[in-house]
Design a protein around this ligand. Structure first.
Ligand SMILES: *[C@@H]1O[C@H](CO)[C@@H](O)[C@H](O)[C@H]1NC(C)=O
Ligand SMILES: *[C@@H]1O[C@H](CO)[C@@H](O)[C@H](O)[C@H]1NC(C)=O
Ligand SMILES: *[C@@H]1O[C@H](CO)[C@@H](O)[C@H](O)[C@H]1NC(C)=O
Length: 342
């Protein structure tokens, strides 16, 4: 029994480790500032925070919903301390990122989120970067790494692989799992849209409480994050993300080709570190085996004990360690040993 398990682990291109409990960081709300701005070929004026040496190896950190770049406030200094150039953009619809033109589709489909990362890199002359994200940020970094591996120096993602094949968008889950996705369905309705528009901060509080077990966030941190929801496109972008994923709105024709490529669920060939927070509700923790088929390069997978959905804010050292870990893996396959823990 033991021998079988051992040989299975040795044969697998990934390992799973139980990790020690990660100490909580003090909840002192603070912001990543000042912001910089760049116009992209995806027709956004992207607001982003940048720190670290301009000749450092680049890392792009991508936030989720309903969060902001400030989820990375304790991660960024850990990376710059080691010489990385850190770039933390607001997603379309969040914070001070804006659409340059009023008539650009407010699409939040997966192809658009991934394209925005590459377009930002083009705009600020970053040839290659490590991409790291959680929640919507995972969708964005998955897409960018899968479709533009030549721009990706390493891929770090909570919940491993969230690229959707639209052919399975209506495949039902068990009732308990569907119930946990209640907000996807509320966002399909006019009433849900009106509710999000009138109380985006209350929505965030509710989702933070429901989607994370035992996360004791402060009202100050919620207040600070909620300023990112004052963006005039926030409601349209949030609704579009869920409506598009459930096939209730079509994508932007500009992304038709990329969207079709994503339906094929392309593998991620670059070196990757993935993790599942133990206390995340919508995507329960896994040992990584179900997503192994999507990773054709080196890949290490972890479960983060006592951590929930907002991984970078709750466990900044583990998140930074995931970046260091991915940067220690071989770029072009070959033998590798995963770090024991993050
Ligand atoms: C972005 O484009 C807008 C509109 O064309 C322009 O006003 C602005 O100066 C540009 N910003 C940057 C950073 O290039
Ligand atoms: C970046 O530039 C500084 C100052 O010129 C230099 O000391 C450092 O070695 C450079 N780092 C890299 C990674 O090239
Ligand atoms: C990983 O989880 C799957 C599904 O729960 C299970 O079938 C498999 O045996 C597990 N693998 C290991 C190495 O624990």
């Amino acid at each position: 029994m033991h021998l079988n398990l051992l040989s299975f682990i040795l044969a697998a291109p990934w390992v799973v480790s139980a990790l020690p409990t990660i100490a909580k960081t003090p909840d002192i709300p603070s912001r990543l500032s000042p912001l910089k701005f760049a116009n992209t070929s995806t027709l956004l004026n992207v607001a982003y925070y940048e720190s670290g040496p301009s000749n450092g190896s680049a890392v792009i950190l991508v936030h989720g919903f309903p969060y902001s770049i400030d989820a990375f406030v304790h991660v960024a200094p850990l990376l710059t301390e080691k010489g990385y150039r850190v770039v933390v953009p607001y997603l379309r619809g969040y914070g001070e990122t804006s659409f340059i033109y009023p008539d650009t589709s407010r699409s939040a489909e997966q192809a658009a989120l991934g394209s925005d990362i590459i377009a930002l890199m083009d705009a600020i002359n970053i040839e290659k970067a490590i991409f790291a994200g959680y929640d919507w940020g995972t969708v964005a970094v998955n897409v960018a790494a899968a479709l533009w591996p030549e721009r990706c120096n390493g891929h770090v993602a909570a919940n491993s692989y969230l690229i959707q094949n639209r052919d399975t968008a209506w495949a039902p889950l068990d009732p308990e799992s569907e119930a946990l996705r209640w907000y996807y369905y509320v966002f399909l309705t006019a009433r849900g849209a009106a509710s999000l528009a009138s109380s985006p901060k209350s929505w965030a509080r509710s989702l933070w409480q429901k989607n994370s077990i035992g996360w004791e966030f402060s009202e100050d941190y919620l207040d600070l994050t909620a300023t990112a929801f004052e963006n005039p496109d926030y409601v349209d972008i949030v609704l579009n993300f869920y409506r598009n994923r459930l096939l209730y709105v079509p994508g932007d024709p500009k992304y038709t080709d990329l969207a079709a490529q994503l339906d094929a669920q392309p593998p991620i060939s670059v070196r990757s570190v993935t993790f599942d927070p133990e206390n995340s509700v919508v995507f329960p923790p896994t040992n990584g085996s179900s997503t192994a088929k999507y990773f054709t390069g080196s890949r290490c997978h972890y479960i983060l004990p006592n951590i929930a959905e907002n991984v970078p804010y709750q466990a900044p050292q583990a998140f930074a360690n995931a970046v260091f870990a991915v940067d220690s893996l071989p770029v072009d396959g070959g033998n590798y040993v995963c770090p024991q823990a993050l």
